[in-house]
Design a protein around this ligand. Structure first.
Ligand code: FES
Length: 141
């Protein structure tokens, strides 16, 4: 397929990210101080859209559980922040049967969350040609 035009460069100012799609591949275009990067736009944890997260330098933070990835490599830098432990205590004013049910439900979710692995994001070749940003998804790594 080769390089495909996905955006105008001036749509993505320095420090910004933009979601684009080539076929079924969801891509996050990132502008780090005028240098463009292209990474997969689905978090390696639970699939949140990375382009809706935040960017600090070359580190993008997932909007859902705050996993962090380096946009230059796609590598996971820090894992998700899961804050469900102890949430059942917030229902302390509820009747015993409600507290018990809520506690069991959240204990199950916490256990399942701990078993989820967080994967690196794919990185795609990107080039800035004239006013256009082009991405080649055939060589994702
Ligand atoms: S979905 Fe991204 S950290 Fe959970």
């Amino acid at each position: 397929m080769g390089f495909v035009k996905v955006a105008k460069a001036d749509e993505i100012v320095p420090g910004a990210m933009k979601h684009v799609e080539i076929g079924e591949t969801e891509i996050c275009i990132v502008n780090v101080e005028g240098v463009f990067y292209a990474i997969g736009d689905r978090c390696g944890h639970e699939n949140a859209r990375m382009s809706r997260g935040s960017l600090m330098g070359t580190i993008v933070t997932c909007p859902m559980h705050a996993s962090q990835f380096d946009v230059t490599t796609g590598k996971l830098m820090s894992g998700p922040v899961l804050e469900l432990d102890g949430i059942a205590e917030k229902f302390s004013g509820c009747p015993e049967n409600v507290r018990k049910s809520v506690g069991e439900m959240f204990a199950g979710i916490v256990e399942e969350q701990r078993l989820i692995k967080t994967y690196d994001l794919p990185v795609y070749n990107v080039k800035h040609e004239g006013s256009n940003i082009l991405v080649d998804i055939s060589a994702g790594r």
